[in-house]
Unconditional design. Structure first.
Length: 123
């Protein structure tokens, strides 16, 4: 193992799926192929420009396949590759953890909110 490699492969995983949006995109595509418009609705808060960028990066990494049906009107969908499925499987326990601990994390975040964001009665 070289000096730049660590015992933990998180650096590799995060290089492929790091950031705010890619895990959410992969989560939704883990249930089957989706069209661009479907993903835009499912991944709440993502802009069209960012979704396009993230999908291109996931395709370039070999995690997704972009299937262009060459029809008018245009029809394109995205599917997880077998390689990408291994990443989706790795994300599922993290998803379960987040679901199980959502209230705790939200409560902790609310406790750390700046005084200005709290109602006057709670200050």
């Amino acid at each position: 193992m070289s000096k730049s490699e660590s015992d933990c492969g998180l650096d590799v995983a995060l290089a492929v799926m790091g950031g705010k949006w890619k895990p959410l995109i992969l989560y939704h595509l883990g249930y089957g192929p989706k069209r661009f418009g479907d993903l835009r609705r499912l991944v709440a808060g993502i802009s069209e420009k960012v979704l396009i960028h993230e999908l291109r990066e996931l395709v370039a990494s070999g995690v997704l396949i972009r299937h262009d049906y060459r029809e008018v009107p245009p029809r394109v969908d995205y599917t997880v590759t077998p390689f990408g499925e291994t990443l989706v499987e790795a994300l599922r326990p993290l998803c379960a953890w987040g679901t199980a601990h959502r209230r705790h994390v939200e409560a902790t975040r609310n406790d750390r909110a700046p005084d200005e964001s709290r109602p006057a009665a709670s200050r």
